[in-house]
Each structure stands twice: as C-alpha cells, then as structure tokens.
Design a protein around this ligand. Sequence first.
Ligand code: AMP
Ligand code: TRP
Length: 327
Amino acid sequence: MRILSGIQPTGELHIGNYLGAAKHWAELQKEDECLFMIADLHALTTSQNPETFSATTFQKTVELLAAGIDPAKSVLFIQSHVREHTELAWLLNTLTPIGELERMTQYKDKAKKHKENSNAGLFSYPVLMTADILLYKSEGVPVGEDQTQHLELTRLLAKKFNTLYGNTFPEPKTLLVSSGARIMSLQNPEKKMSKSDTPDSCIGLFEEAEHIKRKVMKATTDTEKDIRYNLAKKPGISNLLTIYSLLAGVPIKTLEKKFKGKGYASFKTSLAGILEETVAPFRKKKKELETRELYVQEILKQGETKAHSIASSTMNEVRKKIGLLVF
Ligand code: AMP
Ligand code: TRP
C-alpha cells in the first residue's frame, strides 16, 4: 500500500504528535511504501516570520529523522519543493463545493482564532491537503482524529474527479490510531495536547529529564486517589494511563493492577521514568543530526527527486484528462 502523511513544520514535536503520528509512521515504513511530507505551505495559512521560517522547516526534518523516520525506507520531503502540489490544489479547488469547506470544524475554529488573518488559504486548506494525497495516488493516510473530516473531502474529490474524467485516483483510507489518536493536555485533560498551549501542558519529544519529571508531577489529576481508567470521571489520570500504556506497551488493565493502592506520586514517578527512557534516544539522535546539516540536506534533495518523479507523472495524466492543452 502507498502511504502519505504530512506534518506542519511549526512547533517542536510533542508526545501527542509522537503517539498520534510519528510512532505509526515509523511502524508503517517497515511494510509499506511511505511518503512523509513537511507541510510548509499549510503552515503559511497562519502568519510566519520570513526570517526564521526556513530554519523551522529544516528543524522539523531533523526532528522527524530523530523520531524514527528512516530515509532508507521512506521518502521524506518538503511540500513546497514539489510545485505540483499547488497546481493540483488549484484544479481540485474548481471541483470543491464551497459548502463542504464551510462545514470544516478546523476552519471554523481557526477562522475564529485568527480573526485578523482569516484568509482564503485557511478556507481551502483541505483542498491543498487533498492534492498532497492524490498527487501520489496514496491509498492510506495515517492521521490523528482531528484530520478525519479533511480526509472525507479527499475521498469525495477523488470520486468526483474519477467520475468526471475517468478512473485516476484511489479513494484513500484514513488510518486512524484508535488509542493515542488524542493525547490530552496535562493541565486540562478536556483539551488536546498542543504545542500552542502553555508549556506545562505539553511534553516535548526532546525535553530534558528534569523538565519531564516536573511536568508529569504537576499534571492535573482528581481528588480520588486510585489509579483507574475512567474517561468521564477521571480524565487526567486516564490520559496519563493511556500515555504510559502506549509507551511501555503494557495494557491499561495491567497498569491498574500494578499501581493498585500506590497513589498518584508513585505512578507519576514511574511514568516520568518511562517517558525519559522513550525520549532519551530521540534527544541523542537529534543532537547528532544537528551537527550534520549537509547529510540532512541530502536526504531532502533525494526526497524531492523521488516525490517529484511520481508527482510529475500524475500531473501529466491529470492535465491531459482535464483537457488542458498539452504538446
Ligand atoms: P499538528 O501538530 O497539528 O501539525 O499534527 C501533526 C500530527 O500529529 C497529525 O497527524 C495530528 O493528528 C497529530 N496530533 C497532533 N496533536 C495530537 C494529540 N494531542 N494527540 C494525538 N495526535 C496528535
Ligand atoms: N493538515 C495536517 C495537519 O495539520 C498536515 C497535512 C498536510 C497532512 N497535508 C497532509 C496530513 C496530507 C496528511 C496528509 O496535521
């Protein structure tokens, strides 16, 4: 199966991104043909500093490599390096009913949040995402829950294109991770963990041990003392149990037994230990890659070449099918 996924370059990877995305990418690349893209054009829908934006994009490449994306197995590239993304996005815009975009929850949220910069890019964001996916005739797209509505549009547009112009695109499947799809904020377990939230609510994938420990010990729990999974009544501890279980590869039931009668402090100390064990190798790899700029550049150049060869062949087919004048 051909897989494509993308991540925006802004903000350092956190354990929500890891458990909801990067960890699965690293698994998928063992079996499937994978393309992973840094969505720099998507990031421009909110304002970016031109002085630092390219460094941010480069840094995200380093982070993904450190988190386990293997350039020998996967194609890793930058969205803006393959110009066909914007070309296909335009063509797909002409097939997209405005109503479909108006009902997108991410658009509604972001338009509210960025009132002063509620631009047309924010509105047609899911169309560019569809272009990212269809350009490679991708069959599976691993994403967190927040992106599932965008993928419904992708399937709708694939179907519409195929009906109008002949069979061209597979209708890609959403590869949703059932747990880990939504890791919640440590400070407010009703909200998704997010890099734009307060620092204490989010654990970075490359954080130092003492910061991790402090954040975990401060994480919101509830007044009862037992370590029990109950999303409705104990959302804080349930989130921590989910994180622990996914990182250690141990079922939540087993953790409940292990920590029966032990209290939050003992559970949190153990969780901080597991987190440190997980992130220590990532931190080391990231530091190493930061000294090898040319090596990382080379990976991106090769990624671009491979991605471009697929993208240009799809676009030749699309241009002909649509009836653009092609010599
Ligand atoms: P973003 O950081 O919003 O660009 O998202 C990058 C990837 O990480 C997407 O596949 C998201 O669905 C996923 N993701 C972001 N935040 C979380 C979270 N708190 N829990 C699980 N997955 C997440
Ligand atoms: N919109 C996605 C996000 O914010 C990132 C993204 C861009 C993406 N293009 C994609 C994800 C294509 C999957 C496939 O998380």
